[in-house]
Design a protein around this ligand. Sequence first.
Ligand code: HEM
Length: 622
Amino acid sequence: MSSPLLDSLTTASKFFGITGSVFTVGTLLASGFLMEDDKGLLKPSGKRIGKIARWSAASWAAAAGFNILLTLANILDLPLRQVLDFQTLKSFVTQITLGQYMLFQLLVAIAISFLAPKLNRTGPITFLLLLTLLAIALPLFQSHSASDGSHALAVGSLIIHVLAISFWVGGIFALALLDENEKVLAVPRFSQLALWAAIAVVISGATNSWTRLNFLSAWHSAYAYVVIAKILLTLGLLYIGYQHRRNISLRLQSQMNWAKFAQLASIELSIMIIVLALGTWLSSNRPPLSIKDGKFDVAISVAGLPMPATPSLSRIFLLYNPDALFIGILVVAVALYIKGVAVLRKRGDSWPLSRKVSFFVGIVFIDWATSGGFGIYAHFAFSYHMIAHMILGMIAPIFIILSAPITLALRTLPQGRTPEERGVRGTFIAGLHSPLARFWVNPVVALLIFDGSLFVLYLTSLFGGMMQSQIGHFAMNLHFLLAGLLFFHVIIGVDPNPGKAPHLVRIVILFAAMSIHAFFSVALMSSTTLIDHGYFAQLQTPWVNDLLSDQRLGGSIGWAMGEIPILLALVATFILWVRDDAHEAKRIDRNTERMAAMGLPDELANYNTYLENLAQKDRKNE
Ligand code: HEM
């Protein structure tokens, strides 16, 4: 039983850790995105905020280090001084998943405190921001939310909650550091982001509360009272947010009241600090236990959700176990796509219905394979895992790629707010043309990621390990989706691709993908040992009689569901080739006619003359 002193120290240290990390997100967000830049170079004001990021990251690092000690003392139920032993600490941060994540967080905080003041481009600052968000999110995969009956919902909603808070609270903190001139550009851009973040905080907070307080007696607990206090304070924050938006909307008539903005922001930040403290208390104290919490359930402890009944068509279509993280990604993707189409419409441009439909079909397939029936059964049988894998890696990506999201982004992302500024659109284009992007869209690299990763995942102990942990399962599904999106973008993508390979190369790559995929599936279909390292065995799924034949079934499903999309892509590439050739021929014809009309020799004639000259030169040299 840990001491009350240790408990309060743990909560206090966790509070300073969260506050330091949130302020670090805010300062990096301000210098890398909210403030004006000069074609991607930070202006002196951006560099100034980068320097402040050093101090918030340093305080985060100090708290993160102390958190490791306190968490270890809590786990081992030992006084703090007894965990100050190098071996004990070393084994905690190297062998225990939570310890590894907390060490990663500490190292990232230290790295940022050194690097942030030295950087002078928005690109590296954005990279540090993403690293910070990852370091904040990782330990939450091991928080007490992970012991809930629906891991994916509890842990996922908590991660979205904390990341959204980082943007909302961190942004308000960073704005307080800016002078009025800097605020003129930063505030309107942040206002957009703050609205999305606030919505995400409320929905994820409510969802997380529901996963813990979904039985009546739970509401007679200190935990529930703190949640209620948070809700009331959040309503206050939303009201202040509304006042801000009203004030900001006056800026166009240059009637924005900066004094009122500063006053509101300081009240807002004070309330946020209080709510941060309440949130930290919640995450450091166990939520009320329901009767069902008492009973051990192997499916819940291993797969993170209750064992579903024998699969049937209706259950495949109707069962749903929300994977909050994937739903969060899909909601952001859908919101951005709708926003893009709305921007086009406002400009009087249209966007093909076929692309909108294709996009939503892709989104539905992804949701079906992660939170829907296939996503649920994929936790309990290899054959269903393979169906979900094929939907995420082969089917959904084709629909998303054919919806041309990159073209939509290029046509609708905001330009620079000032002549010097590169703007979101400029940064996106720079990213598309970057050496790293060119590396990824190389067809051989795309094929290696697409098919090579199959062998790395399934023919090593990786698969069993990834299935066991929630972060592993999430990362595996995300990999399937991203590898599929990359592969089909390279092969049949309708979006601009600076490294687009010639048709012949794409067809060769497709044939290679087909044969590698067939080879892998046949290897699985003739497998004699289980590849999941005991994951499915420990679940004792009542409707899977023989694990090996279910694994072999998975192989044949992989083959059937894998080859069809590749075959479709092959046909599509041939059609694209013929069509592009026809377009090229028409273009040359049009050019010939135009040149002829202007009495100028056309391209072809020019080229033939050039060849003729070459031949004559050769003949002379003989
Ligand atoms: C509708 C409003 C909100 C509700 C219902 C809500 C609910 C929750 C719940 C249930 C948790 C999980 C605690 C646990 O792990 O057991 C949580 C965590 C947290 N909340 Fe909220 N929250 C809300 C708004 C906010 C706001 C506005 C902030 C900050 C300004 C905030 C800051 C936090 C923090 C810092 C944590 C701890 C995260 C951690 O585990 O590290 N919450 N909240």
